[in-house]
Design a protein around this ligand. Sequence first.
Ligand code: SF4
Length: 305
Amino acid sequence: MRVVGVRMLTRSRSRSRGPGDPRTPRGGEEEAAPLRTSEAAAEGRKSRCPVKAQRLTVAYEEDTEGGTGESTRSPEVPGWQPQDWQQQLANIRTMRSGKDAPVDQLGAEHCYDLDAPPKVQRLQVLLSLMLSSQTKDQVTAGAMQRLRARGLTVDSILQTDDHTLGTLIYPVGFWRTKVKYIKQTCAILQQRYGGDIPGSVAELVALPGVGPKMAHLAMALAWGTVSGIAVDTHVHRIANRLRWTKKVTKSPEETRIALEEWLPRALWGEINGLLVGFGQQTCLPVRPRCQGCLNRTLCPAAVGP
Ligand code: SF4
């Protein structure tokens, strides 16, 4: 999953609703560019990313007792920065310029119905993020296609028995657990949020099966707000290989905190999609393709000649 093709132009201390919000005017320059995905093409329908080519607001809320989950760090004048990170980042942008990784075609921003009401679109973004954990993008997209073919809303999920729901989402990773989490989450969304998804990281991570990475991506994709860096296993692995963390980190959440301490905020929304695709195509988990990597002379973890 990713946040790509977006510009962060505004910084605000209060959360601003994104284009997916019904209170935000749609149309004009705020209108998202249509996306074409294999699944949408198969249905003869269009999909789009709610925030692609749109303005993203960076939310920096005061951290409250118990925390909001949204960063209040100020890395504009960092005390430490990784050596060569700007050149490494520029090289990754160059290697990713083709936008031809699985995440570029099948990420969460490509998995919701264009024609659905905004709150249903946001629900579908969240559900695709929940399905995507420990699952290849192709498998997630297939599961979303099957769910959407039946009409994917909070009510439709709650009216579907667990066995049928499991059949629809199989073979996503941990599908049995995800059936349980999706049902529980949809019940909460119906009871507390009128069938919509909540608009804060703190509320999102309180939902069953929703972790920080999903919450930050949901904030960006569904609400148009960059609340933090979305760190999955690709971002976690690559950040450590490039020594983008001051010391070795042991979990994606630890990596997120380490990155947010120095990476300029203007890059937070870009980094997930950039590194996920790079991790899918070049900096593979096993046997990374260092010979073809533009960073091979700058990377402490480069292998081979
Ligand atoms: S040189 Fe190898 S390990 Fe380093 S970023 Fe490139 S692919 Fe990854």
